[in-house]
Design a protein around this ligand. Structure first.
Ligand SMILES: [Zn+2]
Length: 432
């Protein structure tokens, strides 16, 4: 570092003379816990006025006293931001001193490296790779996997959902899993690929997945926001929204998980296109959310379980997120997530919070799980996968398998319970 610093000083004497010390050369993730309202206000200001990206909470409005803030600070803002924090006596912890290295690690495709022992599913994949994988998977499993074109994105990329149908039982029920609503949450698409691979590999090998697939078809949409996902690979790793242009602002993108018709754009979402939680011009204004909503509307009689995969923060959430009152089957949903969290703790020693969205995090209207629930899919969940902020969105590839196995366990527990509940309804027990 000293050598590098010296070199940079040598290259840029002016900057050195102005700041008096060497400028940071690396993007960093800071963890900051504001202690007073003044510090809260300053942090809100930093996260909006400077070129930073707020990781947690999702929007400055949720910054509160004594609650941890995770802030991505690019190298060129690092000194300014740290000076500002110091001047206001706000202490910070560096969660990641070299985020660039993690980004590079995540993008590295070491499939051709013979020393690498990681499999295809233990790496992150570009959008093109995922489209290839969809092709390959349907081609290799012609009797059990079908790609369904459910719509296309704002930039006209196809939205393919894979339908896994392992037998031809009549009147089979179904579950839906979507991944990658939020572009920067890379572990999410990785999970969808993991899930499909596991299902196809362990059907007839593992009793739980066999029981589930014998009784349910599964629809898997690996990347719901392909334009945003592509953008995180090419231009801005921290992008969250889709890439649609606004008629009234230069700011780009709608938060697809605020764009569904569930108390749309009430407290917890924003009409401002420049925010990360912009709800769009009207419910389902975006082709991505409309495609998913249309598909679920036309399959609502068969789809009994809706799952949407996000990161990070390790939570198993269920409706409502858009209002504070309890869902009608709240105790069932609570029981299912509680059991899933207990199993994760037992097998992986990892803690997942669980509960209704609005009470566990904060109000978030217009989300897909609430919308699916209101449509009539009574078992609807949002999973927030690893981790708790150590790496955040930059979870290293070496952590993919653990993160996916935990989530897989939760899917299995919940799907089994849903089958029990719904089968009990179809075949009521004898009362005599
Ligand atoms: Zn998300």
């Amino acid at each position: 570092m000293t050598v590098l610093c010296f070199f940079l000083v040598f290259m840029n004497v002016d900057l050195f003379l102005k700041t008096g010390h060497c400028a940071e050369t690396r993007d960093q993730i800071l963890s900051i816990t504001p202690k007073t309202q003044e510090q809260v206000d300053l942090l809100k200001n930093v996260s909006t006025q400077y070129e930073t990206s707020l990781w947690q909470p999702v929007s400055p409005q949720y910054i509160r006293e004594e609650a941890q803030v995770h802030l991505f600070v690019p190298a060129n803002s690092s000194e300014t931001v740290k000076d500002l924090l110091q001047r206001h006596a706000i202490t910070h912890e560096v969660l990641l001193a070299n985020a660039n290295e993690l980004v590079e690690m995540q993008m590295r495709n070491d499939s051709t490296d013979p020393r690498s022992s990681s499999t295809f599913y233990e790496r992150y994949h570009s959008l093109e790779d995922i489209y290839d994988w969809i092709n390959r998977t349907t081609h290799d499993n012609p009797n059990t996997v079908k790609a369904i074109l459910v719509g296309s994105s704002y930039e006209k990329r196809p939205l393919y959902a894979l339908k896994l149908s392992l037998n031809d039982r009549p009147n089979k029920k179904a579950m839906w899993i979507d991944c990658g609503i939020h572009a920067r949450e890379w572990i999410s698409p990785a999970f969808c690929l993991w899930f499909v691979h596991y299902s196809l590999s362990f059907y007839k090998q593992n009793a739980d997945i066999t029981h589930i697939l014998d009784n349910m078809d599964v629809y898997v949409l690996p990347v719901m926001n392909p334009d945003g996902y592509k953008y995180t690979w090419t231009t801005n790793r921290m992008w969250r929204k889709n890439r649609s242009l606004s008629k009234r602002s230069a700011c780009i993108g709608v938060d697809l998980n605020r764009n569904f018709d569930a108390n749309w754009c009430t407290e917890g979402a924003s009409h401002d296109p420049c925010t990360e939680i912009y709800c769009g011009a009207f419910p389902e204004s975006e082709p991505e959310s409309q495609a998913v909503a249309d598909f679920l509307r036309s399959h609502k009689d068969s789809v009994q379980l809706y799952l949407t995969i996000h990161s990070y923060s390790q939570m198993l959430l269920f409706p409502y997120s858009c209002r504070l009152d309890e869902a009608e089957n709240h105790s069932d949903l609570l029981e299912m997530t509680q059991e899933a969290a207990q199993q994760i703790k037992r097998y992986y020693r990892n803690i997942y919070k669980h509960g209704a969205g609005a009470k566990t995090i904060y109000l978030a209207p217009g989300g897909s799980d609430d919308w699916a629930y209101i449509l009539g899919i009574k078992y609807a969940f949002t999973f927030e996968l690893q981790d708790l902020g150590r790496y955040g969105f930059l979870l290293p590839p070496s952590r993919i398998s653990r993160a996916c196995n935990e989530a897989l366990l939760a899917v299995k527990v919940i799907a089994q319970r849903v089958l029990e509940k719904t089968q009990a309804q179809t075949h009521p027990p004898h009362t005599d």
